[in-house]
Ligand binder design. Structure first.
Ligand code: NAD
Length: 485
């Protein structure tokens, strides 16, 4: 079927139909299924197929068989397919947003809508990007040219916090560069990914994008599979290390987008009133379940007490609730594993006697995994709440005396994902930003991303980047061509 005929078909997804995996262009179930729970109600609302190892092997075989034909298409043809995929996703936008809220928890009217819109925009834009060739030398008798060739089959493994966006962030650059893919979403949020796989089957040739679902063991199978050439992984640092180890069998390329403990450093004299709402969203958006959420705020001692008072006042106005309710600002914690982790972290905060001017106690009589907005005032630098990535709506606000000390504390971590520096003197703030050890540092702004802006972590926050030319290149081999004229 050609690309035009495929897009014609793309309106036909039955949202009440059972969830199926995409293998070689077919929608397939599995002998076993597993529960998917709505985190706002605690109720199981769907079953997802628990794919077997044999099915994972079939998906990899389909991707392998499809890859040479897909790579042989002119770049413009692949681009047309991926643009058609963006159109098909757009046609299903409303349903995907609702599904995302139902399985992930984030508010439908804000974060879920933004995630889906952004993901579709990303697919559409990446379809228009090209990988640049480089002529390094062109003399009278010799040419040196660098080109980028596809790797083959890419295995993609995604987390539960932004399942649609982070999934499609991998799909578009992987496919445009001539690779095919087998993707495995988190078992906590498999449904949106299964649906975007189903939509893909109506637009893309069979085998180009395969989606399997199941438990963590599927991730392990994918990383050790001899016919997979690269793993593109987003998830925790602990799992990232396992991925790297088990990818070594055939020396897979790995891109690891891992955890973070991002500091925000407010330099003395920052007009903090002007940025309070931005900082609140930076820390508490998606209920803090965000790799690049601001997870520690350092405020100069001359402003610290006022900042805490005003931040608490703003935070007090926010509503935690079911993401389907338009009055909700922050949804539930996506799963009970994470909810229990936050409960333990809050118990530690209480046991240590830290000051908690807002929140701090979970109402366990509620049906969903709701955690209140919690602010911890100036806990010690070596406390768990400062050292660990909470991945929830709990924020420590720390006081510092001199800027060198703030920079030292901001850097005193194994993480190095992102950071922000705020201050009245832009040049001074940029100087501080230059000293922060992180893959992305924003100055007097935060959470700006772009198709052409590479994103990746330093230290144990990751390896490699996504987005930009570098991100595209990570789905390719570098090949040097030299010839005599
Ligand atoms: P996780 O590491 O528990 O799981 C991520 C994925 O890995 C899931 O699909 C899971 O099934 C799979 N997996 C589990 N064990 C595996 C194994 N042994 N081999 C292969 N795959 C395996 O992470 P999570 O809890 O889903 O996500 C939260 C984490 O992700 C946080 O640490 C967060 O900071 C990080 N994250 C990072 C980024 C980034 O871009 N740097 C973005 C989002 C989330």
């Amino acid at each position: 079927m050609n690309v035009e005929a495929r897009i014609e078909n793309a309106g036909r997804i039955d949202y009440d139909a059972p969830y199926r995996m995409s293998i070689n262009g077919e929608m397939v179930g599995a002998t076993e299924t597993f529960d998917v729970t709505n985190p706002a109600t605690g109720k199981v609302f769907a079953q997802a197929p628990a794919g077997s190892r044999e099915q994972l092997d079939q998906a990899v075989a389909a991707a392998k068989a499809a890859q040479p034909g897909w790579a042989a298409l002119p770049w413009e043809r692949r681009s047309a397919y991926i643009t058609a995929y963006a159109d098909a996703l757009q046609a299903h936008r409303e349903d995907i947003v609702t599904l995302l809220t139902t399985e992930q928890g984030k508010p439908r009217h804000s974060m879920a809508s933004t995630e889906v819109d952004y993901a579709i925009y990303w697919v559409r834009e990446v379809a228009m990007r090209q990988l640049r060739e480089e002529i390094l030398e062109d003399t009278d008798d010799h040419v040196v040219k660098v080109v980028h060739t596809p790797l083959g089959v890419v295995g993609a493994i995604t987390p539960w916090n932004f399942p649609i966006l982070l999934g499609l962030w991998k799909v578009a650059p992987c496919l445009i560069t001539g690779n095919t893919m087998v993707m495995k979403p988190s078992p906590y949020t498999p449904l949106g990914t299964l649906r975007f796989g189903e939509i893909a089957q109506q637009v893309l040739p069979p085998g180009v994008l395969n989606i399997v679902s199941g438990g963590n063991e599927q991730g392990q199978w994918l990383t050790e599979h001899p016919d997979v050439s690269k793993i593109s992984f987003t998830g925790s640092t602990a799992t990232g290390k396992k991925v790297m180890a088990s990818s070594s069998g055939n020396l897979k390329r790995v891109t690891l987008e891992l955890g973070g403990n991002d500091p925000a450093v407010l330099l003395p004299g920052t007009d903090y009133q002007a940025i309070l709402p931005t900082l609140f969203d930076a820390a508490f958006g998606n209920s803090g379940q965000w790799c690049i959420a601001t997870k520690r705020v350092y405020v100069h001692e001359s402003q610290h007490a006022d900042f805490v008072r005003d931040f608490v006042e703003l935070a007090r106005t926010k509503t935690v609730g079911d993401g389907m309710d338009p009055a909700t600002d922050l949804g539930p914690i996506q799963n009970t594993m994470q909810y229990d982790k936050l409960k333990a972290l809050l118990a530690d905060v209480r046991a240590q006697g830290y000051k908690v001017p807002l929140g701090g106690t979970i109402d366990e009589s509620l049906e969903g995994n709701f955690v209140p907005v919690t602010i911890v005032d100036d806990p010690p630098e070596d406390s768990r709440i400062v050292r660990e990535e909470p991945f929830g709506p709990i924020l420590p606000i720390l006081s510092y005396r001199d800027v060198d000390d703030a920079v030292h504390r901001a850097n005193d971590t194994d993480f190095g994902l992102a950071a922000s520096v705020w201050g009245p003197d832009r040049a001074a703030a940029i100087e501080v930003a230059n000293r922060i050890e992180a893959g992305t540092v924003w100055v007097n702004e935060i959470h700006i991303h772009g198709i052409d802006i590479p994103f990746g972590g330093h230290k144990q926050s990751g390896m490699g980047v996504e987005n930009g030319q570098e991100g595209l290149q990570e789905f390719t081999n570098t090949k040097t061509l030299m010839f005599h004229k």
